[in-house]
Design a protein around this ligand. Structure first.
Ligand code: MOS
Length: 770
């Protein structure tokens, strides 16, 4: 460059934030993305589960002789001959979780309909199915307990939900209610719901001497590895769990379920790889569900709309085989500023499988009650529902007293209301019509915690100029492959096309369960940390290399872009990563990073590959000081036929604050999915049990209704897209579950506005409106 002002090249144009297409999209549309059940194995055998047909009792006799003679049968396992498995006990320090602690095939006891009582292994799937149909079971039937009522003598109070307090009191609720200007008190119920991801659960277990590989549909490869190791009594190092693609999880693949372990047991018995697939019917009993909830809610306020007391008492079901609580009141503790509060949770054991996290456990059903209640209160007070929420905005977390790491809820209300046209709403129920149809507009708040866990990632640069980044995280269809590739591209100075992000293997650097909407928040800083450190090493390599055009220059004068390292003010002076590595005879440069939420020094391990990164800027205490929570506002328009009771959600606006958006396309898709779940929850989804027998009446997608394309109207998703300055250097909380929260209430509130009918029992099916 001779003279004049040289405009320096921009620092690599950022890919993060761009709505790029899914990097795995091509594989998916070509059918080349391999899901758990699709891994080809030589000499594979097929296992089919035999499940109980009573909800409580004992197996008197299980007759397998006829089945054993059926063609192709290799083995039949029941409680009479199954190998012993280790039971996980409360307090066991296993970094993983079982959906049910009760170990199947170890005794004659039956605790619920659909409990695993046998495994049939045969040459082909058809032969295994046929043989399973020949297994004859006779039972001693006991009367199951299915129904729950609040204040049941059998109810007890669970203490915690993942460390969160479930029984909370603040101020004096009784006194506040006694002196309140306005009070509402109602009971809201939500039914049993099932996750029903498109991809059902499946496991392929392959033993190689004492090494076990399981191809599994899971949200937690590390957790599954650890649980399988514990139950089988073999070292964690001997097990590899592989889950490259997951066709939706929604919580039912978060904990490890017994079919995975039974597949490994069966494979060891028949000394062949074994594939075990959960059928759609078995999906209703083999991998958890959301419990029914009965929620008693009372709210009081002053005439000008200030909440004076909130009481939220939830009764839900757990099982006789483990404990899981649907934590409906957790959000109630902190959503609105209110001096007097009582939140309580009760559990009753029933004869079903164990409930498990599902699509915003707690928030989804809990906010149906709370946000319907707020709407009832708004009508009672004659205050606009958005205005009422503004009045009661919580400026700090009311439960912990901590300041928010960042909160843009008021902006969400404003943005959403504006886009929706809320100011044109006539609040009188039944006042908006379109021909025969009643039109209703309703809204609700959305919220979900900003979770984050320690995670790690490895970054490798190869001499051909390509990079591979890996982490034992997951992509449930949410976009992890894509956003992590974007982060690595920016941090490495490489184009997206030259980066391959690998995930879903337990042998990769550890990452947490893809649950609690925490994957992006947890894994992004690790990927960025590893990739940045790798780039620094490449730059130092150039500076120290006498043959490099950059020999001896100052590190600050160097930029990287598109796989090239060069001088900022003289871009032609530089070289490609490939040239640099090849000249130095380096086939690979590799860095591993651990991103932690806790205080930890930067450190390197002996082979100079691991870098520990402390995040939350660089103050070690950041994580403890703040309350991390995502917020949003949901606006729904419904169209109700007054004589048919048919409800259509014609329009939906969702304004969401989840910190920085890594990719607007994949983030938007997650919210679209969450809202679609919410529409199902509001209007369709319900699993029915026969009260006498305790058996499932609904156990397929013909009877368990989920929204299809035609059920989903126009959805507008708006993001605040401002980085959370405290959660991590990346500023990203998670998207995931927040989409469903508040949706059922927004729809129910819109239905009230349309019809004047307040429905407090989900799902809002047509007969409830007639
Ligand atoms: Mo989510 S229900 O934590 O997978």
């Amino acid at each position: 460059m001779s003279s004049g002002i040289i405009s320096p090249p921009k620092e690599t144009e950022q890919v993060v934030g761009k709505p790029i297409n899914r990097v795995d999209g091509r594989l998916k549309i070509m059918g080349a993305a391999c899901y758990a059940a699709e891994f080809e194995q030589e000499n594979i055998a097929h296992a089919v589960l035999v499940q109980s047909t009573i909800a409580k009792g004992r197996i008197k006799d299980i007759e397998t002789s006829e089945a054993e003679k059926a063609p192709g049968v290799l083995s039949i396992l029941t409680h009479l001959n199954a190998p012993k498995l280790n039971q996980m006990k409360q307090g066991d320090m296993v970094k993983g979780a079982l959906g049910e602690k009760f170990v199947p095939l170890q005794s004659d006891e039956v605790f619920y309909d659909g409990q695993h009582i046998g495994v049939v292994v045969a040459e082909t799937l058809e032969q295994a199915k046929y043989a399973a149909s020949l297994v004859r079971v006779t039972y001693e039937k006991h009367k199951p307990c299915i129904e729950i009522v609040p204040e049941s003598p059998k109810a007890y109070q669970p203490k915690q939900f993942f460390g969160e307090e479930l029984q909370v009191q603040r101020g004096d609720v009784t006194k506040a209610f006694a002196t309140a200007d306005v009070k509402i008190e109602q009971t809201y119920t939500t039914p049993i719901e099932h996750h029903n991801p498109m991809e059902s659960l499946a496991s392929i277990a392959v033993w190689n001497d004492n090494q076990l590989t399981i191809y599994d549909a899971t949200q937690w490869v590390i957790g599954t590895r650890n649980v399988v190791a514990y139950t089988l009594g073999i070292p964690e190092e001997s097990i590899r769990i592989i889950s490259h693609f997951v066709g939706g999880g929604f919580g039912c693949k978060g904990f490890t379920w017994w079919h995975t372990i039974l597949a490994a047991v069966a494979a060891r018995v028949v000394r062949r790889p074994v594939k075990l697939m959960i059928t759609r019917q078995q999906m209703f009993t083999s991998c958890g569900h959301r419990s029914l909830t009965i929620q008693q809610l009372a709210l009081s306020a002053t005439k000008d709309g200030k909440l004076t007391a909130i009481k939220h008492v939830t009764t839900s079901q757990t099982s006789e085989v483990d404990e899981f609580v649907e934590p409906c009141g957790l959000t109630t503790r902190m959503l609105y500023a209110c001096p007097n509060l009582k939140v309580a949770h009760y559990l009753v054991q029933v004869n079903t499988g164990n409930p498990t996290p599902m699509r915003a456990p707690g928030e989804a059903p809990g906010m149906f009650a709370l946000e319907s209640g707020l709407d009832e209160l708004a009508y009672e007070l004659g205050i606009d529902p958005v205005e009422l929420r503004m009045i009661n905005h919580a400026d700090v977390n009311p439960h912990t007293g901590k300041p928010w790491s960042s909160k843009y809820l008021k902006e969400c209300y404003q943005l959403g209301a504006e886009r929706f046209g809320w100011s044109r709403r006539n609040p009188t129920p039944g006042s908006m019509r379109d021909g025969d149809y009643l039109i209703g507009w309703g809204m609700a708040t959305a919220t979900y915690p900003g979770y984050r866990s320690p995670a790690s990632a490895k970054a490798q640069l190869f001499a051909d100029g390509r990079a591979v980044i890996s982490s034992a995280t997951h992509d449930l269809g949410t976009g992890t492959y894509t956003v992590m590739t974007q982060i690595a591209a920016d941090a490495l100075g490489l184009s997206v096309e030259r980066i391959e992000f690998k995930l879903g293997e337990s042998s990769m650097p550890p990452a947490p369960v893809a649950g609690g909407s925490q994957s992006a928040a947890s894994v992004a800083p690790a990927v960025q940390g590893a990739a940045q450190e790798l780039r620094s090493r490449v730059i130092r390599l150039a500076i120290d290399d006498e043959s490099s055009p950059l020999y001896g220059v100052a590190q600050e004068a160097i930029l990287t872009e598109n796989g090239r390292v060069f001088l900022n003010n003289e871009p032609s002076r530089g070289e490609t990563y490939a040239e640099l590595l090849q000249r130095n005879n380096l086939p690979i440069v590799e860095v591993e990073a651990i991103a932690n939420t806790a205080a930890s020094e930067s450190q390197q391990n002996s082979d100079n590959k691991v870098v520990r990164i402390c995040v939350g800027k660089d103050e070690n205490s950041d994580w403890q000081q703040y309350a991390f929570q995502s917020f949003g506002a949901q606006f729904a328009e419904v169209r109700v036929h007054p004589r048919l009771g048919q409800v259509r959600v014609t329009r939906f606006v969702s304004a969401i604050d989840v910190g920085r958006i890594l990719n607007h396309k994949t983030a938007r898709s997650q919210i679209l999915g969450g809202i679609t779940f919410g529409l199902g929850m509001a209007l369709m989804e319900e699993t029915v049990l026969d009260q006498q027998s305790g058996r499932l009446v609904v156990r397929n997608l013909a009877d368990y209704h989920v929204p299809v394309q035609a059920d989903v109207g126009d959805i507008d998703v708006l993001f605040i897209d401002k980085p959370d300055p405290h959660i991590s250097i990346m500023g990203v909380r998670g998207v995931g579950e927040i989409g469903i929260t508040g949706v059922a209430a927004a729809v129910a509130n819109a239905i009230y506005h349309a019809t004047g009918k307040r429905i407090r029992e989900l799902p809002i099916t047509p007969e409830k409106l007639l």
